[in-house]
Design a binder for this molecule. Structure first.
Ligand code: F6P
Length: 325
């Protein structure tokens, strides 16, 4: 299907590699003979008509940059039918015939409603550090965030060991423990607390106790922000109440995990999926996310990508248990 003009936006939490994806979208579209409109600040910018014309050179020198040059937002207005109608009016006025959405589950949930309400084709590229979308082995930004968190944990381990301390480190992941589990394994943590598994503070304290008996001088617990025991501060309080041998410190890594120059893996994934998103639009597809599974590009409906959970590998959980003695 020949589209004359497409729009592209980044929305929700930014992720390293969004710029690389945007570059691939713009350059693929230009190569296909299409015009590209950049929609700034995600759905909020769509409602306000915050648009810029993009050419191949508009995306020069951004492949290595973190964040998103289009900027992002979480738009409350877009959740209402009136907000979406306003957004559609702006899209029509600008002559946009199809769109590429770069973001996570909130972005795709909004895109899916919008495609169904207004029959405008939208294809998504998964950009989120959380890795919590079904239909792709990895999301754009996840690899970089893992490495950022791991490097921080390595640094904390140096000081933890020097002072014989217990560090409770909170990483991002409101609903998903992928970052927590993987950096826990990579950083040699004693325990990892994730939203997918019920947390038993007694079990954690028993483990710390056993380590203490074996003369372990420091320990690290990684907590995903969405864990059922609470954030790192809550976990520290509960652990300290039952196990007080260590001097405990809390570190919340927070938004540091969202920034920084994207890794090689993220740049390649972003380039590939940005290109695939435009190709999918050209094939007449809509209401889908492009992803990479077993090194192949695949298409998954927005509904499935958002609702089905990417499985937490029990073998990895077991690995942490076996290695963290
Ligand atoms: O979805 C990405 C993410 O970084 C989550 O891990 C985190 O819970 C959330 O965004 C934080 O959002 P905000 O930047 O709006 O506080």
């Amino acid at each position: 299907m020949k589209l004359k003009r497409i729009g592209v936006y980044t929305s929700g939490g930014d992720a390293p590699g969004m710029n690389a994806c945007l570059r691939a979208v713009v350059r693929t579209a230009v190569a296909e003979g299409m015009e590209v409109v950049g929609i700034r600040r995600g759905y909020q910018g769509m409602i306000e008509g915050d648009f810029i014309k993009m050419e191949a050179h508009s995306v020069s020198n951004i492949i290595q940059r973190g964040g998103t040059i289009l900027k992002s937002s979480r738009s409350a207005q877009f959740r209402s039918p009136e907000g979406r109608q306003r957004a559609y009016n702006r899209i029509k006025e600008a002559g946009i015939e199809g769109m590429v959405a770069i973001g996570g589950d909130g972005t795709f949930a909004g895109a899916s409603i919008f495609c169904n309400e207004f029959k405008i084709p939208i294809v998504g590229a998964p950009g989120t550090i959380d890795n919590d979308l079904y239909g792709t082995d990895f999301t754009i930004g996840y690899d970089t965030a893992l490495n950022t968190a791991m490097e921080a944990i390595d640094k904390i381990r140096d000081t933890a060991d020097s002072h014989n301390r217990l560090f409770i480190i909170e990483v991002m992941g409101r609903d998903a423990g992928f970052i927590a589990l993987n950096v826990g394994i990579a950083g040699g943590a004693e325990a990892v607390l994730i939203p997918e598994e019920k947390t038993y503070i007694d079990v954690i304290c028993d483990k710390l106790e056993q380590g203490w008996i074996r003369h372990k001088t420091s320990s690290i617990i990684i907590v995903a922000e969405g864990d059922d025991a609470g954030g790192a501060d809550d976990v520290a309080r509960q652990v300290n109440a039952r196990f007080s041998h260590y001097d405990t410190r809390v570190v919340v890594l927070g938004h540091i995990q969202r920034g920084g120059t994207p890794s090689c893996m993220d740049r390649v994934l972003a380039s590939r999926l940005g290109n695939a998103a435009v190709e999918a639009l050209c094939e007449g597809l809509s209401n889908i996310m492009v992803g990479q599974v077993n090194n192949k590009v695949v298409h998954t409906s927005f509904a499935k990508a958002c609702k089905l959970n990417q499985e937490m590998d029990p073998a990895l959980m077991n690995l942490l248990e076996v290695l963290s003695v």
